[in-house]
Ligand binder design. Structure first.
Ligand code: CO
Length: 496
């Protein structure tokens, strides 16, 4: 369905805000009927989603939903049927607060403990809330939160096994990104490439590559660390995401400052102490992958265009050049200390726009180009095209063609021709990150499905919407007996 652009926002704020709530139940393999359409028999596996499931405790709300405790939702599709499970990650902080019945920790995005500034000053503990990403690695499902170690869960029961140090790869408290990239096999076998960053006046980046499948010929086990390198860079680095090509890991060091004083003094959360650096220069860091042509060489550092990026779509190599598509904001979007996040004025926050940067690492030059003027977030390509030039991208977008609004539609963009398809959940639906799943044995890049959890404001609950990836026609809608708050990242684990 293609929807004509509208000038005014097409949603009711209370529908959007009604998704911010506590999840009060944990379901276990509940059979789900299909409300409309049918489940494709070939679509077999589990869609895992992560995001904040607890936003209030003892009458006190989080300051920002990113401070909510991680809850995993699992939708298992098998033989044309569906099952739903959901479970909070049993983090140390969640367990302690469940027992106490009140907030005991500050949040990175500005949530404070009760008792005002005095109660918060000098409490610099981080509560690992495990709420950002979820991926399968070896026998574990990992609930990811970038400032510390992942939590390992049982992939079937979702029971928390505990903090995970990946067989000694991580030391207690080590940062581990919530945005691993899965190399589909550029160097023979699949890899999970990820990073951790220790930041300060200088920043140290640790790039890690893990096996994702057992390799009987070599004795390599899924989840085993295959290579790593560490590089140091000047300046503070806020790195949430990155991209890979066969030869490079590509990072964007945003031009932002971190002034920790208001955090230390108990007035702000750590992430509220980030601000754009006036006249600052963003940098691309191209770090050679150990499996590639430039292994062992130092990183290339190149000046990047102005703007702020959380998420990248994809990167690839074209001759000597590295091309990367990213979602750019004109400034770091944050919620000030005195603003209720449910009352946030979308007009005052910059929107994310898809832009392409063509980097020449030898000459140190960059050309940039806007790919779309429509507010977007959470973009992905077919997983087989990660690190290669992709023809298509799928992303969450606003209903309006211009301006900043909540995400209500899914867009498929032809990156070559600019042609697009839209599926819209407006006016009462709000989308989360779309996950593209290729049809087994597919021969075209857009053959498969797009899976998306949609907040249904009319029901005050979530729907699983399955679209055909090529034209975004509706394949199936499953109305969940569960209200999942607006979430963050997810992944698909195929059952074969
Ligand atoms: Co993210």
């Amino acid at each position: 369905m293609t929807v004509a652009p509208t000038k005014a926002p097409a949603y009711d704020r209370s529908d959007w805000a009604s998704a911010f709530r506590n999840v009060g139940q944990e379901l276990n393999e509940l059979h789900l009927p299909v409300s409309r359409g049918s489940l494709p028999a070939e679509l077999q596996g589990v869609l895992y989603r992560n995001g904040p499931g607890r936003l209030e405790r003892g009458g006190q709300w989080v300051h920002h939903p990113f401070d909510g405790d991680g809850m995993i939702t699992a939708l298992r599709l098998q033989g044309g049927t569906a099952q739903l499970s959901n479970r909070f990650v049993r983090t140390e902080g969640w367990l302690a607060e469940e027992k106490a019945g009140k907030v005991l920790f500050r949040g990175v995005f500005g949530s404070q403990k009760p008792g005002g500034v005095l109660a918060n000053a000098f409490d610099l503990r981080l509560k690992n809330i495990a709420n950002t990403g979820v991926v399968r690695l070896g026998d574990d499902l990992l609930a990811l939160w970038e400032a510390a170690e992942p939590h390992a869960l049982d992939p079937d029961s979702l029971e928390t096994r505990g903090l995970c140090r990946l067989d000694g790869v991580l030391k207690p408290g080590d940062a581990f990104s919530a945005h691993p990239r899965f190399d589909p096999g550029h160097h023979g076998s699949k890899r999970m490439v990820t990073f951790g960053v220790k930041t300060g006046p200088r920043s140290t980046l640790r790039l890690m590559e893990f096996a994702v499948e057992d390799e009987p010929e070599t004795g390599i086990k899924a989840g085993q660390l295959l290579s790593e390198r560490r590089d140091s860079f000047n300046g503070f680095a806020f790195l949430h995401d990155f991209a890979i090509t066969p030869n490079w890991a590509v990072f964007l060091q945003n031009a932002i400052n971190f002034n920790p004083l208001p955090f230390v003094m108990g007035r702000k959360g750590a992430a509220q102490c980030l601000e754009s650096k006036a006249g600052g220069q963003a940098k691309f860091w191209l770090v050679p992958r150990e499996s590639g042509t430039f292994a062992g060489q130092p990183p290339k550092i190149i000046d990047a265009p102005e703007g702020f990026v959380f998420h990248h779509l994809n990167a690839w190599e074209e001759g000597d050049e590295v091309v990367i598509d990213s979602i750019y904001y004109t400034d770091f979007p944050s919620i000030g200390p005195d603003v209720d996040f449910r009352q946030v004025d979308f007009e005052l926050i910059p929107e994310g726009l898809l832009e392409r940067c063509r980097i020449n690492p030898t000459k140190g030059t960059i050309q940039s180009q806007r790919l779309s003027g429509r507010c977007c977030e959470f973009a992905m390509v077919n997983p087989a095209q990660v690190g290669l030039e992709a023809r298509y991208a799928w992303m969450a977008v606003a209903e309006r063609e211009q301006g900043n609004d909540p995400l209500q539609a899914i867009k498929k963009l032809d990156l070559k021709s600019g042609a697009r398809h839209i599926w819209s959940a407006a006016p009462r639906g709000f989308v989360s990150e779309p996950v593209m799943v290729a049809r087994p044995g597919a021969t075209s890049e857009d053959d498969g499905w797009v899976l998306c959890l949609v907040w249904n404001g009319a029901r005050c609950a979530s729907d699983l919407v399955i679209l055909n990836a090529d034209d975004l026609s509706e394949q199936a809608v499953l109305e969940l007996p569960l209200a999942v708050p607006h979430g963050l990242h997810g992944s698909w684990v195929s059952s074969d």
